[in-house]
Design a protein around this ligand. Structure first.
Ligand SMILES: Nc1ncnc2c1ncn2[C@@H]1O[C@H](COP(=O)(O)OP(=O)(O)OP(=O)(O)O)[C@@H](O)[C@H]1O
Ligand SMILES: [Mg+2]
Length: 329
């Protein structure tokens, strides 16, 4: 992958497994992802392809057991997060890397007011006193557009709507001005209008603060609007990556093509059925050969027999495709 002076996070050959049966599930398999300062990078792929486990691996929050990061490096400005102590990692979580989870109700503490949940972080990471922390919490809730922030700061998560809780999560994630914000399906549980408001809010705030964003979604339409670059994941692997224009205009991997054909557009007549990608997701416990072969429309014999190893090749500067599928249609 490209590496330049603006490089912020460099994930190299990450492999994360779950030992839930005799054959471990390889949830993240040889994944390399690069994020530069201030850019919005999308990770897209269908359910179970390893998006959340990649995010949890970056935060070192993979539940262990049964999960384990078995190889690779996660370099934050050159510092390998996989080789530092847990106490050092605690300082990085929240302060250097913020995360917004899919369902805010499960990540907000139901027995603490939202104000308390923000001030605790500010006191821990920013070293401000209790009074200053409350003033800052109200300021943050104002920035994320929560109505009546002076009143809401004393309320509990269940007193807020889903969209309001997600705004609180954004306030918490951005409270320490992190270098990177990981947003894992931040709007899936919300209705379409609120979804757009939340995504615009993330984009506006991170642009102003110069924060890089990893935006995880199964919806390519969202990435078309918000991402600078995209990583397409399938079966634990990155199968294609590139800038938004190359991925949308010149997709090379048959899975990316399939995903694009399943995105609804205004031009498509509502009577026309959107395409689906036939076949089943590959068994994640086997690592021989191409993970996409059981769904590929035109696999070669070598590919069918699992003789072609996976690995990205750069077909033009910044546009990478898995070598097995680069010529598949
Ligand atoms: N705690 C766990 N224990 C066992 N296996 C797990 C665990 N968490 C994830 N996995 C497995 O890891 C693989 C990748 O899961 P992951 O949650 O990363 O998918 P995802 O791409 O985020 O999907 P979704 O779009 O549904 O959120 C799946 O096969 C999943 O079953
Ligand atoms: Mg997920």
């Amino acid at each position: 992958m490209t590496n330049n002076s603006e490089n912020l996070l460099n994930i190299k050959n990450l492999r994360t497994i779950f030992r839930t049966s005799d054959d471990p599930v390889i949830a993240v398999n040889d994944v390399s992802i690069n994020i530069n300062k201030g850019e919005i990078v999308g990770i897209v792929g269908e359910s179970g392809c390893g998006k959340s486990v990649t995010a949890l691996s970056i935060m070192r929050l993979v539940p262990n057991p049964p999960g384990e990061i078995i190889s690779g490096e996660i370099l934050l400005e050159g510092n390998n997060l996989l080789s530092i102590d847990e106490s050092e990692m605690e300082k990085i979580r929240g302060k250097e890397i913020g995360m917004i989870f899919q369902e805010p109700m499960t990540s907000l503490n139901p027995v603490l007011t939202i104000g308390k949940q923000i001030t605790e972080i500010l006191e821990l990471h920013q070293g401000v006193d209790a009074k200053e922390a409350v003033i800052e919490a109200v300021r943050l809730l104002t920035i994320v557009g929560l109505p009546d922030p002076e009143i809401r700061v004393n309320e509990y998560p269940h007193q807020l709507s889903g969209g309001q809780r997600q705004r609180v999560m954004i306030a918490i994630a951005l409270s320490c001005n992190p270098k990177i914000l990981i947003a894992d399906e931040p709007t899936t549980a919300l209705d379409v209008t609120i979804q757009a408001q939340i995504l615009e809010l993330i984009k506006d705030l991170t642009t102003k603060m110069g924060t890089a964003v990893i935006l995880i979604t199964h919806n390519l339409g969202i990435l078309a609007r918000y991402a600078d670059r995209i990583y397409v994941m399938y079966g634990g692997h990155v199968v294609e990556s590139g800038n938004i224009i190359d991925i949308f205009n010149k997709p090379k991997h048959p899975y990316t093509v399939g995903l694009l054909n399943s995105v609804p557009t205004l031009e498509v007549n509502s009577d026309v059925e959107l395409s689906t990608i036939p076949g089943e997701v590959h068994d994640l416990s086997s690592i021989k050969g191409c993970v996409y072969r059981s769904r590929c429309a035109n696999p070669t014999n070598d590919c069918k027999e699992g003789k072609v190893e996976m690995g990205l090749i750069e077909i033009k500067p910044g546009h990478w495709v898995d070598q097995c599928c680069v010529n598949c249609k």
